[in-house]
Design a protein around this ligand. Structure first.
Ligand code: 5AD
Ligand code: SF4
Length: 434
């Protein structure tokens, strides 16, 4: 028997990259690789990169620079770059860092096994095409390994929205949905491996159209025995249709949590961002969602310091945040991305943008803590994911996506427990089984 080769993967960015890294590890498993968590011990280092905000490419180049000595120490080491920086930079990566052997864009991961064989034969390999086939079809996994109870499942990739600040339509290409039958097949396979909760992933997931709508897909998934929880992310306000809102009211397995980025509360800025919705239409939409599922916890994304954002525009964002009361929200300082329409526009003074970011984050934290505190004494259901740090403690997620520590329990991993919250900490809740 040949000794297995060791694979070290470092993943940057979004949940889709986490999912892709798992699929790539499985595909390379077929080439005789096992995972290692030490770069200095690896036969292949794979960086799965993100390009959403500035300096991403530069960070990758400096990481690659740090890895070069490892290659000098181990001539068998191969270095691979995947993800959106690979897509955006292409052959430039090998030109700037000759230690790199393999560059693969997000649409070509099914070609990894042949590419790996090619680099083992001493050549380099580059693929940043957008082929028409379903890459996950070819990324069939090997013998049924056990999986953690909560898993990601990619159902849609790419985006046709072209928000003026965003590189996704360029790096991930236009919207492509996986056929519902394949998604269902993968979900059943995950359940057989111990998965109880899936989060359906897509850059614009609620625009899903793989033979049915996202609402239809969720209803089909809800019929899969053993699958207990369904979530989805990330959505665009304009694709939240009536059927999807109704699913939140009617499908018990669909969890009461929704990530629905708005980016700004100012109509003037939303227009310049090419978001094609207004603050008011967004608030109305949330009203309808809350009418369907009153306890839903909302989550969002914000960009501050978008070109030409005034103090009044920023105040409108704060007003919108106060009105929505987010359970979670992610805010970013605008970062100019070459090739996007907004990149040509004059920047807001960085000190002003920093100050706005701090104010927005303070407001979001305050709201979040209030919601967190309001959970004390409440009954939640928790999917148990792993043991906690203390004896007798297990950790998992509530239906609202809170991290929950269950104390003094013998609850098994993969079970859903009814618990009562006894204490709210900054980033987690403590609870006891009821
Ligand atoms: N600058 C800052 N934030 C950005 N995002 C996307 N592009 C940019 C950019 N150029 C944020 C958006 C998006 C999240 C994933 O990242 O808020 O919803
Ligand atoms: Fe980017 Fe999301 Fe806008 Fe698509 S909808 S362009 S992924 S911010």
């Amino acid at each position: 028997m040949t000794t297995p080769k060791k694979l070290f993967i470092k993943t940057y960015g979004c949940q889709m990259n986490v999912y892709d890294s798992e699929r790539m590890a499985e595909a390379l498993g077929g080439q005789g690789y096992v995972a290692t968590d030490r770069a200095d011990d690896a036969d292949m280092i794979l960086l799965n990169t993100c390009h959403i905000r500035e300096k991403a490419a530069e960070k990758v180049y400096s990481e690659l620079g740090r890895m070069k000595p490892l290659k000098e120490a181990n001539p068998n080491l191969k270095i691979a770059v995947a993800g959106c920086v690979a897509q955006a930079e292409g052959a430039e990566i090998m030109r700037r860092q000759p230690a790199v052997d393999l560059v693969v864009g997000p649409q070509s991961y099914h070609r990894l096994p042949e590419m790996e064989a090619k680099v083992r034969s001493g050549q380099s390999a580059l693929d940043t095409d957008f082929p028409p086939e379903d890459k996950f079809d070819h990324l069939k996994s090997r013998p049924k390994a056990r999986r953690a109870p909560a898993a990601f499942l990619t159902v849609q990739e790419g985006c046709d929205k072209f928000c003026a600040f965003c590189v996704v339509p360029y790096t991930r290409g236009s919207e492509v949905s996986r056929p519902a039958a394949r998604v269902l097949e993968e979900a059943r396979d995950l359940v057989e491996r111990g998965v109880r909760e899936v989060t359906l992933l897509g850059q614009n997931v609620n625009a899903y159209h793989g033979g049915t709508t996202l609402a239809g897909l969720i209803r089909d998934l809800a019929k899969v025995d053993g699958l207990e929880r369904i979530r989805y992310t990330t959505s665009h306000p304009n694709d939240m249709d009536d059927a999807l809102i109704a699913a939140h009211a009617e499908v018990e397995k669909l969890m009461p949590y929704l990530h629905l980025p708005v980016q700004s509360g100012s109509d003037r800025i939303l227009k310049r961002m090419n978001r094609s919705h207004t603050a008011e239409s967004y608030l109305k939409l949330i009203e309808r969602i809350r009418a369907a599922r009153p306890d839903i916890v909302m989550s969002g994304d914000f960009i501050v310091g978008f070109p030409e954002e005034t103090d009044a525009d920023f105040e409108a964002t704060l007003d919108l945040v106060r009105e929505v009361r987010y359970g979670y929200a992610y805010s970013f300082k605008y970062s100019s991305r070459p090739g996007t329409p907004a990149a040509e526009r004059p920047l807001v003074d960085p000190a002003v943008a920093d100050e706005r970011l701090q104010r927005l984050q303070a407001l979001i934290t305050e709201q979040q803590q209030e919601i967190q505190q309001s959970m004390v004494g409440r009954d939640l259901s928790v999917l148990v994911e792993k043991p906690g740090r203390l004896a007798g403690q297990m950790v998992g997620k509530s239906e609202y996506l809170h991290a929950v520590h269950i104390e003094d329990t013998t609850a098994e991993i993969g079970t859903v427990q009814k618990v009562r919250v006894v204490e709210a900490k900054r980033n987690s809740l403590s609870a006891v089984v009821r």
